[in-house]
Design a protein around this ligand. Sequence first.
Ligand code: 6R9
Length: 649
Amino acid sequence: MSSEALSNLLREDRRFPPPPELAEKANVTAAAYEQASADRIAFWEEQARRLHWDREWDTALDWSNAPFAKWFVGGRINAAYNCVDRHVLAGKGDKVAFYWEGEPGDTRTITYADLLRDVCKAANALTELGVKTGDRVAIYMPMIPETVVAMLACARIGAPHTVVFGGFSASALRDRIQDCDARIVIAADGGYRRGAPSPLKPQVDQALTECPNVRNVIVVRRTGQDIDWTDGRDLWWHDVVERQSDQHTPEFFDSEHPLYVMYTSGTTGKPKGILHTTGGYLTQVAWTHWAVFDLKPDTDIFWTAADIGWVTGHSYIVYGPLANCTTSVMYEGTPDTPHRGRWWEIVDKYKVTILYCAPTAIRTFMKWGEDIPAKFDLSSLRVLGSVGEPINPEAYVWYRTHIGGGRTPVVDTWWQTETGAILVSPLPGVTSGKPGAAMAPLPGISADVVDDSGNSVPNGSGGYLVLTEPWPSMLRTLWGDDQRYIDTYWSRFPGKYFAGDGAKRDEDGDIWLLGRVDDVMNVSGHRLSTTEIESALVSHPMVAEAAVVGATDPTTGQAVVAFVILRGDVDTEGVDIAQELRNHVAKEIGPIAKPRQILVVEELPKTRSGKIMRRLLRDVAENRELGDVTTLTDSSVMDLIRENLAKQP
Ligand code: 6R9
């Protein structure tokens, strides 16, 4: 990283200490860091005791066959029992688990007692269809309560689920079903997105032409769309689940029993099946949900505005919140349907106290303007969270100011599908937040920033984020590919988990995430972070959102190419936008970071989890045929960008 870039970041000196009332009653205090560093294993054992174990473990961690970890060895546990039954048995059956809001405006309120009844019925249905402990079940659904019920029913009978994003194509679904050899698919006819029914069943039908091992498809009726039906294979959820008994006795499984496989893209074309198991995963999602959001189960209304088909949904819509007996909000649709204030209307309506979402959403709201959230009463909010990408300081401050009313801490939470739960994050009652920094590893987590040779970097320097000790919710392997697990995560720096993210430590020793290392550019021998240049661009009053890529350049190796979306409300009449922004970047970071090209676009290509697909932008910047676009939310975005560019000099 260039010294200019570093000194620029060190200029970020705004600090937001915890509100005193929050700090006073905070679930976690600074003592937790000391306690955990004195005895990390004992700390996690204490957290594991938050759960119900049918039999306690003999050994907390078995790392003798590293990097294959076993946590809470010998313990017996059932994830669904922990998320549902034990709360009902404790007299909380009437407590609301989900306030569900459909995109068209229909609503459902689901209590823990409702959830228990539905999960038992679904578990009985799966058993009737021959699903046994260890069999895989694929779930391809919109954001409806049945998705949660389906996941918990699988967990209850020990059948690992693999949830495939509703936005994924038939071929993506086929690859995932084939890779984990799922025998049953749970799907819906469709879901609502952008004000219209969006079909799902046709993709299932198409995928299954190449998945002969799938015996049955259970179909939830959500939209009532016309669908094709394969007799003998397809079954309606309301036929096969509704008639079942609402009693089901859960079996307790080994702590290391597989809970789910979640596919995520790797550097090759073949997606990686991240395997999570039960005891360690549930321990860490439950603890982090309680600690990082300062969750008060009796009074908070929690909302993770993400899709369940993404790991954030698994850990912080389903398993973490339910393990903590939380009341959550769940929303089916897009933020601008039927109007751009939909999220804020939901916060206002349900008096949401904790909101967790992605920086890309925040930047979109910035683009739409602060007068939209200003029309709603957001005073119930007390903690805001961010996940999925580095949050640039401008977005952080906007979020805190215009959504959080200048009161709420913002927790920038770093983690991955692989890590299962949040690992690096501020604690809202302890940490003085710095806009843009994920700050420090949570208690019980050992992380470091290292240079190319794997040595710890001093404060004030950049490098790679690594984890130096195993943690309970870590992935156990890649489904069916132990060697790829070792190669991808444990070979770059022997004995350390390589996250694939660039990071730096500031003068205080706090951690800043700088984006994937494949997003780190090398311009004339200077290492530049895409995130840093994006932040600089977004700090200009004309810019709403920016994506930066390194395009191959004959002289400099790589050159910086920036795609920007302008704010709707600024007057650009007579302004040479590109020149203005290039100078701005030069001023903020240094002349070396000046984009070679600045392209003004209307939209950026994003995955359903909100990540900008820089790979595609690089294809455009380097004038290549586009690679795979199947994981885009909306693949027509790329056509728009091309058309747009054809019109620019
Ligand atoms: C939870 C999730 C993981 C990658 C990760 C990193 C990026 C996530 C971040 C962040 C900076 C944060 N990422 N949170 N970067 N600050 N707070 O997003 O999982 O979809 O597997 O993505 O996302 O690059 O390596 P996943």
